[in-house]
Write a protein that binds this ligand. Structure first.
Ligand code: F0G
Length: 455
């Protein structure tokens, strides 16, 4: 069995790097993936491993209880697993969704609810592995740009691992449930005057020097962890692959990780049939959809606009990897408009489950794909609900009051006469211009001590 290594992802001449080299792109600018060699997996070994996974599911050891580390044979880059940062995550349920099935025109519909993770979104599956790698690499400060869930998850795992965290968020454009998490977990929270795509550019510059470790899904170790969402789903389904897995698409890390999971599972003989992946984008943030329809495989960034703020992303980092996931699985891309997302979200709620708006794109997309005959009513479909209902309560309350606006303006003046003492423990977000130099000076002052390597 060869040691795992990093390789550039793309058609150009592949470049390889060791897993313990801090880098997020190859010298040619392509994104990186972890290349795993699982050795010979014959039928006997597959049967034995499936039994091991069953046994671990009943264990109380954190590393076995985690729905990520339970499948650690698929995560050789992190061996020997002695520095694992785990909550533990995963173990998210697969629900039957009868009202969603009726709504979409399917005879049955299942939802794997990643919102049941420790910080309420699927990001925890990838964050446990990426923070574990950050520990292995000796990082003291980690950072991400985020529409809210990555920042919530990163700051939680960083706090657990004793690291500082810095989050870059688009000013006024993330849901309060998510903002409250990164503040409470102690992240230096920088609101920039710009959108997610601009925040993503800045964080990559900030992390260039290596003093701060980047934990967006451009980090290939995030994708490794997110792979296990599909491994766990198949385990829960008795290793019987559904016909379709439907997933929202934003920065496209999740879709990419699902493609990698299926390709590795198929190669190892864990599954014969590969589920088809349907990626659903909001119509106002649809670069992958545009490329799929034009059949041109070209990423043309868009100016993103949607109330599903989690996927308000116009220039996705993992575009090429998502194309692979669609090609490999015979997948499709669909888009849904704001009305379709809002109504589908209320249908998810009517099944007693609930989700945040971005997750409901899956049910909305499913309905469109059944209506257009791409998904057959008798096919088995699993929608991935990516985030918890409570992440964005404003959206839900506004919907049910008939006050849901695409261009909603929030006024945030709070008044009162009896202020409660916060004991000097408040962690106020800072507002900075979208200027990398000013931001770096600020971080150097706040995050590094005397003698530390600065940015
Ligand atoms: N659903 C939710 C709830 C999300 O938070 C995100 C992404 C997505 C879907 C899209 O997943 O980026 O892998 O295609 N949220 C990121 C964040 C970008 O910063 O929290 P993707």
């Amino acid at each position: 069995m060869k040691k795992p290594f990093l390789r550039t992802f793309g058609q150009k001449e592949p470049q390889s790097y060791p897993v313990d080299e801090i880098r997020y792109r190859g010298d040619n600018g392509d994104t990186l993936e972890v290349v795993n060699d699982f050795g010979v997996m014959d039928e006997k070994k597959v049967r034995r491993l499936k039994n091991v996974f069953d046994k671990r599911a009943g264990s109380w050891e954190t590393i076995d209880r985690s729905g990520v580390w339970r499948y650690r044979e698929f995560l050789p880059a992190f061996a020997p697993f002695d520095t694992v940062a785990s909550m533990p995550e995963g173990n998210t349920p697969v629900f039957s969704m009868p009202r969603c099935a009726d709504y979409t025109g399917l005879s049955g519909l299942f939802a794997k609810h990643q919102g049941m993770n420790p910080t309420g979104s699927f990001k925890d599956n990838g964050m446990t592995t990426a923070v574990t790698m950050a520990k292995k690499l000796g990082s003291k400060v980690v950072a991400c740009a985020s529409t809210g869930n990555t920042s919530a998850s990163m700051s939680a795992y960083a706090a657990r691992a004793g690291m500082k965290s810095i989050v870059f968020i688009p000013n006024g454009q993330i849901a309060y449930g998510k903002l409250s998490q990164s503040l409470d977990y102690g992240a230096l929270t920088i609101q920039i005057d710009g959108d997610f795509d601009r925040a993503m550019d800045i964080v990559q510059e900030v992390c260039d020097s290596g003093a701060v470790y980047l934990l967006n899904s451009i980090n290939p170790f995030r994708i490794e962890g997110q792979k296990t969402i599909m491994i766990e789903m198949l385990h829960q389904l008795g290793w019987n692959a559904p016909d379709w897995v439907v997933v929202p698409g934003g920065n496209l890390g999740n879709s990419s990780s699902f493609g990698k999971a299926f390709s590795e599972l198929k190669k190892c003989g864990f599954i014969d049939k590969v589920p088809r992946i349907a990626v659903i984008q909001a119509q106002g943030a649809n670069p992958l959809y545009n490329s799929f329809i034009a059949k041109n495989r070209i990423l043309t960034p868009v100016h993103a606009d949607t109330r599903a703020t989690a996927i308000k992303i116009g220039n996705p980092v993992s575009f090429d990897k998502a194309l692979f996931a669609i090609d490999f699985t015979g997948g499709v891309v669909e888009q849904v408009n704001e009305d379709e997302i809002a109504i589908a979200k209320s249908v998810v709620g009517s099944d007693g489950i609930g989700s945040e708006p971005a997750s409901a794109t899956t049910v909305a997309g499913c309905k469109k794909l059944v209506d257009s005959g791409v998904i057959k009513p008798s096919e088995m479909v699993v929608c991935i609900l990516t985030g918890n209902l409570l992440k964005d309560p404003d959206y839900t309350v506004e919907f049910h009051r008939d006050e849901l606006y695409l261009d909603a303006k929030r006024t945030l003046s709070v008044t009162g006469t009896r202020r409660i003492n916060t004991g000097g423990r408040s962690n106020r977000p800072v507002q900075l211009p979208a200027d990398t130099k000013i931001i770096i000076d600020y971080i150097n002052e706040k995050c590094f001590g005397h003698g530390d390597t600065r940015i």
